[in-house]
Design a binder for this molecule. Structure first.
Ligand SMILES: Cc1cc2nc3c(=O)[nH]c(=O)nc-3n(C[C@H](O)[C@H](O)[C@H](O)COP(=O)(O)OP(=O)(O)OC[C@H]3O[C@@H](n4cnc5c(N)ncnc54)[C@H](O)[C@@H]3O)c2cc1C
Ligand code: FES
Length: 253
């Protein structure tokens, strides 16, 4: 893990006000894995005081990419940055996806901005494993397809793709792939992750979930990001250190 001043090379505005920063840092780009994250200090001032965690969205040579939308104080300030400015970045942090496991097809499931870690995972899997990507959103503007492959789309209001949630879409199309050796990789809002976990357990499919919570230190010191272990109801794991990616059978959501 390193803390570095990394220069913004390019800012790409994706559809629907989603920002993609291309940032130069060989120290991070050459060592980070899909599902791991970065803790970014957005301002030199005291607001926001805490760093903000972001998934690594993609890597190209010495550059890494971060995808975000404006939610609150930190991301609104991030959105004002210009190419040439620097970000104070801590990373790589956490445990990412085990994408080298024994399976034939990756079933990638993303809800809203939960697709953020999947362009990098897709890049690692492409040409090695089959990929089916299921994306869900409330409405068309929540659907982000950047860097993904073989995509199936659902929206709650039916404004784009299948009308319903992403689990219903997966249930509908599951017959076409259910005889293959599958592994699920999911990231998105907790209700979606609960649905994915139930689906994976019901169908006996290996499944990893990238979880989210508000973080402080980002590397296991403050104990501020607990998630309950399934092994023992008194045992808590830390999202920043033991995750953010967990085997779905290991955590209570
Ligand atoms: C491991 C990890 C990876 C992440 N990757 C990305 C990413 O790639 N792109 C991205 O845009 N965001 C990502 N996030 C979430 C990101 O850190 C939050 O969007 C960010 O903290 C919001 O900061 P803010 O200062 O803009 O909002 P704040 O002003 O801090 O908060 C605005 C609102 O958002 C809520 N909020 C803050 N953080 C979270 C959170 N983590 N989950 C749910 N609600 C939250 C607050 O409770 C508040 O209601 C990730 C979070 C984690 C833990
Ligand atoms: S954020 Fe500090 S221990 Fe996880």
């Amino acid at each position: 893990m390193t803390i570095t001043q990394a220069q913004i090379e390019e800012i790409i505005e994706l559809e629907y006000n989603i920002h993609l920063f291309k940032v130069k840092s060989p120290d991070i780009a050459n060592f980070i894995n899909p599902g791991e994250f970065l803790n970014i200090r957005i301002s030199e001032l005291f607001v926001p005081l805490l760093r903000r965690p972001f998934s690594v969205c993609d890597v190209e040579g010495d550059f890494f990419f971060v995808m975000f939308n404006t939610m609150g104080t930190g991301t609104k300030l991030m959105a004002l940055k210009k190419p040439g400015e620097f970000l104070d970045v801590m990373g790589p942090l956490g445990k990412g996806f085990k994408y080298k496991d024994d399976f034939d097809r990756a079933v990638i499931i993303g809800g809203g901005l939960g697709v953020a870690p999947f362009p990098f995972l897709t890049k690692k899997l492409k040409g090695i494993k089959e990929i089916s990507t299921f994306i869900g959103g409330r409405t068309k503007s929540d659907v982000i397809t950047y860097g993904l492959e073989n995509i199936f789309i659902s929206t709650d209001d039916g404004s784009y793709g299948f009308k319903g949630n992403v689990i219903q879409l997966l249930e509908k199309d599951f017959g076409k792939i259910q005889n293959e050796k599958l592994k699920i990789f999911a990231c998105g809002p907790t209700p979606m992750l609960i649905g994915v976990k139930e689906f994976a357990e019901k169908n006996n499919i290996g499944c990893e979930l990238s979880t989210e919570c508000v973080m402080a230190c980002g590397f296991g010191i403050c104990q501020g990001c607990p998630i309950q272990s399934t092994k023992d109801e008194d045992k808590y794991l830390l999202v920043c250190k033991d995750g953010p990616v967990f085997n779905s059978e290991d955590v209570v959501l």
